[in-house]
Design a protein around this ligand. Structure first.
Ligand SMILES: Cc1cc2nc3c(=O)[nH]c(=O)nc-3n(C[C@H](O)[C@H](O)[C@H](O)COP(=O)(O)OP(=O)(O)OC[C@H]3O[C@@H](n4cnc5c(N)ncnc54)[C@H](O)[C@@H]3O)c2cc1C
Length: 564
């Protein structure tokens, strides 16, 4: 489209990436800017639950209906990001019968398939659950990979002509005559082969329309534009266990509370969560009691958790919003619904709309609504196709199965590679060179790492989110340096070293609250491997110049060889 309106989307989480895809597919000239990597915000720090809606079937039926609708859509268009584990709402003896019935009824009212299982049937399905449970309700919950999904959306947007600019922070919103006309963006760093602006420079991006999709940060963009957006950021802790103690999503069947869900995710299980309002989406305390609470409470459902190994913990911040005047004091009572704030209607500021609230599961629907809204602003009639057109990697589920056969992928490694890559498997895995496994915990091969480096360059954290390398039991101890090695010789040694440091630091960050038992031993082993074997804590090469005279010259070899 020659005269396509230019739209600037701020925020590279699920919402922003979904919006960029939809806008680009409907012919807009789209630029997306994200201050960190894709998924830098809440999207990269969520529980990984593809909601069936069961969780909201009593408290928030509108959200529950949206969830089941989108659950079905995402299974179709993002099959390589979804694992349909199913979910169980489990009733313990102390949980009320009345609530169990309400949950069942709620699911039925919201068109969520729900089946009651006896205690025996529940245990047959999920042997790790406690021996004294009463019964459960089975629902179509699933696990979803937020990293893969965002990348697939961004890739699709790019294929439809969008510019996706990461490490680009909006530092000002340009307003002329009560109209937003663009933003000032500061470029931080531009690793890799993608075209980035020079780090440290600023760029003025003019646009016909701006969409603020910064989630918990939406209020900060509002401040730059001179409008008030009352986001109520609420933090939640999650704890990652070393293996998949359960194969289904386990929910406690009682009114929403802290520490009541376990989501099996790839090789791990993720326990969650808490819900506490915070002032700043970036600066908030990460407290030990939150981690302890997860293990304590959830062991009532799955007792083996008490003896299991915790490999790391992490926190995310919900971008909750409630319309002014509602006055809710408890963050768990704030609706999980999303809101479209047209700043022209609301504040007399044309050219910008914010989208706040919502859930990961409903990101596509949110993107559809806001794209419809942008179309209206320009009198454009273009249908939304994002619910019908599969994302890159999931075009055809048959393709996935065929590839497994074609590559002889009976081994878990091959199967997992194919699941991760979806319909791109053949292209990525076809290689003449050796293709060893570089990350043993997550079974990631060199071909996949090289493919991710092709997409994201020297940013090894971006390689990590595309492949899962360094996210397993060893938390990068055994594979970070192998990943860094793959950057050489194309990239110079200092760049490789910086990339390794960043990745290793990122892996360490999450382990601080999990340092007991076997994980403490693992962390010590990692320290010894990296600090001592590779001498990374006292590496002389880090100094500006090397003082070779300071090295021991050793024994006199001539005399030794003469035997004198
Ligand atoms: C603890 C927890 C568990 C959750 N679990 C689930 C779950 O299991 N299932 C589910 O469906 N939902 C879940 N959610 C909700 C879900 O994660 C969020 O609703 C969703 O990820 C929000 O995505 P987003 O794109 O709107 O925001 P974000 O992912 O936060 O994206 C906003 C982006 O904007 C960027 N940004 C901010 N300021 C600027 C700037 N000035 N310039 C450029 N970029 C900027 C940020 O870096 C960020 O990447 C959970 C949330 C939390 C907190």
């Amino acid at each position: 489209m020659v005269d396509a309106p230019a739209v600037l989307v701020i925020g590279g989480g699920s919402t922003g990436c979904g919006i960029a895809r939809d806008l680009a597919m409907r012919g807009f000239d789209v630029t997306l800017v994200e201050k960190g990597n894709l998924t830098n915000g809440t999207t990269g720090r969520m529980h990984g639950l593809l909601h069936s809606g069961g969780r909201y079937a009593v408290s928030d039926q509108a959200s529950a209906k949206e969830c089941i609708k989108e659950n079905r859509v995402l299974r179709d268009i993002a099959s390589h990001c979804v694992e349909m584990t199913e979910g169980l709402f489990i009733q313990r003896p102390e949980d009320s019968d009345a609530y169990f019935q309400e949950k069942l009824q709620g699911c039925r009212e919201c068109d969520i398939p729900a089946t009651v299982l006896s205690a025996e049937e529940t245990k047959a399905k999920e042997p790790a659950v406690a021996g004294d449970i009463e019964r459960s309700i089975a629902v179509p919950d699933g696990a979803i990979d937020p990293f893969r999904l965002c990348v697939a959306n961004a890739l699709s947007a790019q294929r439809h002509g969008a510019r996706i600019e990461t490490h680009a922070e909006v530092t000002d919103v340009l307003v002329e005559d009560d109209t937003v006309v663009g933003c000032v963006v500061r470029h931080d760093t531009g690793p890799g082969k993608r075209t980035h602006r020079t780090p440290g420079t600023t760029e003025e991006i003019r646009a016909d329309y701006v969409v603020n999709a910064t989630g918990a940060w939406a209020g900060q963009i509002g401040d730059l534009a001179g409008v008030d957006i009352e986001v109520r950021p609420s933090k939640g802790a999650m704890v990652i266990m070393n293996v998949r103690q359960v194969d289904t999503v386990i929910n406690r069947c009682r009114p929403k509370g802290d520490a009541d869900i376990i989501v099996p995710h790839e090789t791990t299980a993720i326990l969650g969560t808490t819900d506490e309002e915070v002032d700043d989406p970036e600066e908030y305390p990460e407290e030990q009691w939150e981690v302890d609470l997860m293990i304590e409470e959830l062991s009532e459902l799955v007792p083996i958790l008490r003896e299991s190994r915790t490999i790391r913990s992490f926190w995310g911040v919900r971008p909750l919003y409630e319309p002014p005047g509602t006055g809710t004091t408890d963050p768990t009572d704030i609706t999980r619904d999303f809101f479209l704030l047209d700043h022209k209607e609301r504040d007399g500021l044309a050219g910008m709309t914010s989208i706040v609230g919502g859930k990961f599961t409903t990101y596509r629907m949110m993107a559809e609504r806001i794209t419809d809204h942008v179309c209206e602003q320009f009198g454009i009639r273009a249908d939304c196709r994002t619910a019908d057109e599969p994302l890159p990697g999931s075009e055809d589920f048959e393709v996935l199965r065929d590839h497994m056969e074609a590559f002889g992928l009976r081994s878990p490694i091959g199967r997992r590679s194919t699941q991760r890559l979806g319909s791109r498997a053949e292209k990525v895995l076809t290689t003449d060179g050796p293709n060893p496994v570089l990350c043993e915990c997550e079974a990631v091969t060199r071909a996949e790492i090289q493919d991710a480096i092709d997409q994201s360059g020297t940013d090894l954290n971006a390689v990590r989110i595309r492949t899962r390398a360094s996210m397993g039991n060893c938390q990068g101890g055994l594979c970070c340096h192998r990943m860094a090695n793959e950057l050489h010789p194309e990239h110079e040694e200092p760049t490789v070293r910086t990339a390794l440091d960043e990745l290793y630091q990122e892996r360490w960050k999450g382990q601080r609250h999990a340092l007991w038992g076997e994980q403490l031993s693992q962390a010590m082993l990692n320290h010894v491997l990296h600090g001592t074997t590779m001498n990374r804590d006292h590496d002389p090469a880090r100094q500006e110049t090397l003082d070779f005279d300071a090295f021991d010259t050793g024994t006199d070899r001539t005399r030794d060889s003469n035997g004198d």
